[in-house]
Design a protein around this ligand. Structure first.
Ligand code: ADP
Ligand code: MG
Length: 436
């Protein structure tokens, strides 16, 4: 199918061509006609499948040009970075119209945003909290809103924005078109869609939580954190292959520690993004990464969610995400829009449990690779051994309420569990980390 067949008008077709889009993606093919016909729509498609243009283009077709002072469209997204990214895509696709865009997000002063609203706008792109704050200050009116879009709905709920979203819904005019986009459709998103939309149509492009096919996945079993660091340092030496890399960590602490380590050891061409960094630092880091000036970005899940960067060569999961859907989101950073990429995950013994669950979620096994010869494998420290053992114990307890725990007298209490573990216990000897 072509964009012409989707009945978009010339000014948008020209902009699409200049953006380098040749054909609509599946979600665009399905969503655009339905949105144009005025239906409420739920669009489920994984990250990197072109959901932004899938809602922006038909919405622009409806508002056509600048009009009055009051906004007519609101797009809600979870993070500041996404606000800026959606705005950028909007401005590009609407470049042959005079549609006005206003970006609202926290972490910066309210005054410039208020002034922009007062000057008149057509499309607001906002994080839920800042939108509510500015509305409560009387910075704009909602009565002309004809289209409301919740983008990355799953993530907004994960981030606890439900109260703000509900408050906004209560003020919006009843008669308007509602659109909801999400990479996954867990029950809480379903509930939100029921509260917020009457008789929506739902399109689901790929089965839930299946990684993009263009991503090659690799799993490295690794005994401990120092080995993870050595392996990372080793991989990053190949600057040509690893030319644009995002490294994900669970916490800002690890993110910062890893950033400091790599900056010293591997490369100066590196930035970090997490919530301890100021707004401007984060935006600058993202921009430098996007422009190619910076090769490596170390990030937490929240900071990097939904961010679209062209041709990321590698996503490296320094640790396995505990929110399993984040795995899909993380690896969705690479292999975007028909390009191919590689997703590498480091897994210690405690993380095996989570990988099993992730493999179940994505419906496939992640191929394993041995640690390369050149990488030094230090002994696991006593502290880390304990931490890993405790974590495994905790997971077992969660899975089996009858499990008595490794630190309990397990031989006598649960002989079966013990004998089952015998072979793997032997394998826990450090020789196990010898390469074949
Ligand atoms: P999603 O919101 O589904 O994660 P995005 O809307 O961020 O995905 O789009 C991912 C990338 O694909 C962006 O760089 C976007 O410019 C590009 N893109 C979108 N639609 C097309 C298309 N029809 N052809 C080629 N690239 C596209
Ligand atoms: Mg998106």
């Amino acid at each position: 199918m072509t964009f012409e067949e989707l009945k978009l008008t010339r000014q948008f077709l020209n902009a699409i061509e200049e953006e380098g889009f040749q054909n609509p993606t599946p979600v665009q093919e399905q969503a655009i006609p339905k949105i144009l016909s005025g239906q409420h729509l739920i669009g489920i498609a994984q990250t990197g499948t072109g959901k932004t243009a899938a809602y922006l283009l038909p919405v622009f077709m409806k508002i056509k040009y600048a009009q009055g002072d009051d906004p007519r469209v609101i797009v809600l997204v979870p993070t500041k970075e996404l606000v800026l990214q959606v705005k950028k895509q909007g401005e590009a696709l609407a470049r042959y119209t005079n549609i006005r865009f206003t970006a609202l997000y926290g972490g910066v002063g309210k005054q410039p945003q208020i002034q922009e609203l007062e000057a008149g706008t057509d499309v607001i792109i906002a994080t839920p909290r800042r939108l509510s704050e500015l509305y409560n200050l009387g910075a704009f009116r909602m009565k002309k809103i004809t289209t409301m879009i919740l983008d990355e709905a799953d993530r907004m709920l994960d981030m606890g924005f439900l109260p703000q979203i509900n408050a906004i819904m209560d003020i919006l005019p009843r008669k308007k078109q509602n659109l909801l986009f999400s990479a996954t459709f867990p029950p809480k998103v379903e509930k939100l869609s029921q509260d917020f939309m009457d008789f929506p149509v739902k399109i689901e492009i790929t089965p839930q939580a299946t990684p993009v096919e263009t991503v090659e996945q690799i799993l490295y079993p690794v005994p401990n954190t120092p080995t993870k660091m050595n392996l990372l340092e080793f991989l990053l030496q190949d600057e040509e292959t690893f030319h644009r890399v995002i490294i994900f960590c669970k916490t800002k602490k690890t993110t910062h520690a890893l950033f400091t380590f790599l900056k010293k050891k591997a490369t100066k061409s590196i930035r970090e993004i997490h919530s301890n960094k100021g707004q401007n630092t984060r935006i600058n880091a993202m921009n430098d990464f996007k422009s190619g000036e910076v090769r490596i970005l170390v990030a937490t899940d929240v900071a990097a969610r939904g961010i679209d960067v062209e041709s990321v060569s590698h996503v490296i999961n320094f640790d396995v995400p505990v929110l399993y859907e984040d795995y899909v989101h993380r690896i969705g950073r690479t292999g975007r829009a028909f390009k191919t990429g590689t997703a590498i995950t480091f897994m210690n013994d405690a993380e095996k449990f989570h990988i099993k669950k992730i493999e179940k979620l994505i419906g496939m096994f992640i191929p394993k690779k041995a640690i390369p010869e050149a990488v030094e494998i230090p002994e696991t420290s006593f502290e880390e051994k304990q931490e890993i053992a405790k974590s495994i114990d905790h997971q077992r307890r969660k899975d089996d309420p009858n499990y008595k725990g490794a630190f309990h007298d397990k031989k006598r209490d649960n002989p079966k569990a013990y004998s089952n573990k015998k072979s793997s216990k032997k394998g826990r000897h450090k020789n196990r980390w010898k390469r074949k």
